[in-house]
Write a protein of this length. Structure first.
Length: 217
């Protein structure tokens, strides 16, 4: 691959359950939400409400202050092995690496910083803290608020800009982007979906598998 082609490759990566071992947002909701947030989750999983509506309503139930939430994230969140190596590989190859996540930007940036990774491009729910709970909003490329299709919207933007799209994910919300990507790395429920529908993908268990797989593309 020539250098010109390499700079036009983008690795779009999910965060919760992909870079991390568990969904950090769910850990926060289980610990701090003052209400039945799992009822909202069922409604989202059944397609009755959008991901934007789910997150807005669920995280509004979290009244805990930011310092305590940061402390909780640092105690509970664990990343998969191989993250620094994957970032280093992408930089060496000239690949653009971007996290596009339905999670919340505040804990994503904290987790990345704590493992020594700075200047990582993160697109996620923008969060504001108040006594009324966490305000979580998805902002699209044009600056307008999105209720659904956040990951897919950015995947389409990257393709429109001429990138070869490499997608990395683990769950149902990753399916639209995986279907658009030139190459997909999958684990969890996304991997099960790819196998069921014959959507071509490469499985991974930790992030070392991804940069090793990128060498084969």
């Amino acid at each position: 691959m020539s250098p010109t082609e390499a700079v036009k490759t983008i690795v779009q990566c999910d965060f919760d359950g992909t870079i991390t071992q568990q969904d950090v947002g769910f850990l926060i909701l289980d610990a701090f939400a003052d209400g039945d947030w799992r009822r909202l989750l069922r409604e989202y999983q059944e397609g009755r409400i959008s991901v934007g509506r789910f997150n807005t309503s669920a995280f509004a139930m979290v009244k805990e202050n930011r310092p305590n939430l940061i402390r909780f994230v640092r105690e509970k969140a664990r990343t998969r092995d191989g993250l620094p190596e994957l970032i280093q590989y992408c930089r060496m190859k000239g690949f653009r690496f971007v996290i596009v996540s339905n999670g919340l930007d505040f804990y994503i940036k904290i987790i990345l910083s704590d493992v020594g990774l700075k200047n990582i491009e993160v697109l996620a729910a923008q969060t504001r803290f108040s006594s009324g709970g966490i305000d979580a909003r998805y902002i699209g490329p044009g600056g307008s608020q999105l209720q659904d299709g956040f990951k897919e919207t950015y995947s389409r933007l990257f393709l429109e800009r001429g990138y070869r799209l490499i997608y990395v994910g683990n769950g149902p919300s990753d399916i639209p982007s995986a279907g658009l990507a030139h190459h997909t790395f999958a684990t969890g429920r996304l991997l099960a979906y790819c196998r069921q529908t014959k959507l071509n993908c490469m499985p991974f268990s930790d992030l070392n598998d991804i940069f090793k797989g990128l060498e084969l593309l």
